[in-house]
Design a protein around this ligand. Structure first.
Ligand code: ADP
Ligand code: MG
Length: 281
């Protein structure tokens, strides 16, 4: 029996309202895409039906899940520009219950192309809403995870306007906190102007190395600064996590028993737990 079998709790139902979480941090290389892929896989393993929306022109989430560039006929660019429905950009992955809306480089031109269109910040929100109205049992997602680009541009604003909450991956390195206040400010701005329901779901510390004093110091600082917003689960620096994308596989499929897979399963449990607390009256 695999860990995935052990944690599987039966297929979940969304009753038409998926929880929408954006993986956001304007810094590159902090673990947004890795967390989208592996938290998504871990949630699917538990029985959630998960859609990852690749909103980064680099398309790393699509590639990391083994989706060939040639098979991305329709992408999140076509959706946001208004020429396709979100469901047309969705492809299944090798992981049961995990789908992805793929991206292509075209996305990098979106901001210019949309210009000052009135609804330009709500393109993704509306596309996700349309997905729910005609959901089949397959596309009745319980979680939508949006993988944001490394910038606070129109794409990230679309993600924030569409989301219930933001999940912030923070790398355990010296400059971790630098930029966090700017990110929090942007969230606050979006909350007051575009999406009053937006909250911070949590901060996940990534690439943690317990042998490294600096890593430990960063953890202490972030926990002091952000308190209970920081998930208890930390994602360790783990070579298996970084190898997996080159095989087009989530780490949970590439090496289920490694510490990286274990950590992402724990994080998924914690995310679901926090959901229950947030929803409790
Ligand atoms: P982002 O999407 O924020 O730019 P990525 O998720 O692409 O960041 O991660 C940046 C790089 O770090 C990638 O090469 C990824 O494989 C690697 N990486 C991410 N998390 C870990 C980890 N926990 N251990 C080792 N390498 C990691
Ligand atoms: Mg990325």
């Amino acid at each position: 029996m695999t860990v995935i079998d052990q944690v599987y709790q039966g297929d979940k139902s969304s009753s038409g309202h998926p929880r929408i979480l954006a993986l956001a941090n304007q810094k590159g290389g902090v673990g947004k895409t890795t967390t989208a892929i592996n938290l998504g896989t871990a949630l699917a393993a538990i029985g959630e039906r998960v859609l990852i929306v690749d909103l980064d022109p680099q398309g790393n989430a699509s590639t990391g899940l083994g989706i060939d560039r040639r098979s991305r006929n329709c992408s999140t660019y076509d959706v946001l520009i208004g020429e396709a429905q979100l469901r047309d950009a969705v492809v299944p992955t090798a992981v049961p219950r995990l789908h992805i809306a793929t991206s292509t480089m075209d996305l990098s031109g979106l901001e210019l192309e949309l210009g000052s269109t009135r609804d330009r910040a709500f393109r993704l929100r509306d596309a996700i809403a349309a997905l729910n109205t005609n959901a089949t049992p397959e596309s009745d997602y319980t979680y939508v995870l949006i993988d944001c680009p490394p910038s606070l541009n129109l794409l990230t604003v679309n993600a924030m306007a569409a989301s219930d909450a933001i999940l912030v991956p923070l790398q355990c390195e010296f400059f971790a906190l630098e930029g966090l206040s700017q990110l929090l400010q942007t969230v606050e701005q979006v909350r007051t102007t575009l999406n009053p329901n937006l909250s911070i779901h949590g901060i996940v510390l990534t690439m943690f190395d317990s042998r490294n004093n600096l890593s430990n110091q960063v953890v202490a600082d972030v926990r002091q600064f952000m308190g209970s917003k920081v998930y208890k689960t930390m994602i360790p620096r783990n070579v298996r996590i970084s190898e997996a994308p080159s095989y087009g596989k989530p780490v949970l499929v590439y090496d289920l028993k490694c510490v990286g897979s274990e950590a992402y399963l724990k994080l998924a449990t914690e995310v679901i737990q926090r959901e229950r607390e947030l929803r409790a009256p």
